[in-house]
Design a protein around this ligand. Sequence first.
Ligand SMILES: Nc1ncnc2c1ncn2[C@@H]1O[C@H](COP(=O)(O)OP(=O)(O)OP(=O)(O)O)[C@@H](O)[C@H]1O
Ligand SMILES: [Mg+2]
Length: 238
Amino acid sequence: MLKVSHICKTFTGGIIRKTHVDAVKDVSFTICNGETFGIVGNSGCGKSTIANMLLSLIKPDSGTIEIDGTIQIIFQHPETSLDPAKKIGYSLEEPMIIHKMYDKAGRKKRVKELLDLVDLGEELLDRYPHQISGGEAQRIMIARALSLDPKILILDEPTSMLDVSVQAQVMTLLKELQEKLGLSYLFISHDLDVVRWFCDEIAVMEEGKFVETGRTEDVIGHPKAEFTKKLVESFILE
Ligand SMILES: Nc1ncnc2c1ncn2[C@@H]1O[C@H](COP(=O)(O)OP(=O)(O)OP(=O)(O)O)[C@@H](O)[C@H]1O
Ligand SMILES: [Mg+2]
């Protein structure tokens, strides 16, 4: 379904003083059909760089990525992902217009199905992004991603900007959608509690490297790497 083998990415820049960041170092993993793979790690460890390589937004320096089916992403900031000048209805239809999917009537029908999938009402279609809540905006982004029938969704900290109560609702919705549509997820987070509940397998990432990978319960229950032990301890203490 999705197979990543030994990908590496170094960012270089600067003319007078050369800068050099090894953002991703020799990372490999596989995501099976219908499963959720989580990546946990501190800010700046390279999580989004992996996501960007999967989406072909940046090219790995080395390594290979095999993807079977369409891949879409849900970002952390739904409000900046929606065009403020466009009504919600248009934002939902837009990916289908760009990909020349369905005729006008077919798209309208699909928009209604998508709203249904994410538990939102049609009254939202005529509103602008500033007239909906953060939780609603994130549901709209999920619906928009689903409009292209992806097999894999990348969830890059999808709920970290939302209230705790809304976070739980969105995460539950994502779980239901996974069952209903047979989706595979790559879930990026630093919240070990959410990861534990949500992911089948996880990778713990430190400074560009996967220091530990395995079934979620094994990794959290019996951490082997020093970094994972510290991460688990810090969550127990919180
Ligand atoms: N386009 C770029 N040019 C130069 N350096 C970059 C670029 N993109 C990312 N980096 C650097 O690569 C490293 C990894 O960044 P990345 O965005 O992947 O981290 P992250 O794990 O997603 O962090 P966060 O949890 O804060 O989102 C960081 O040091 C970052 O500054
Ligand atoms: Mg990131």
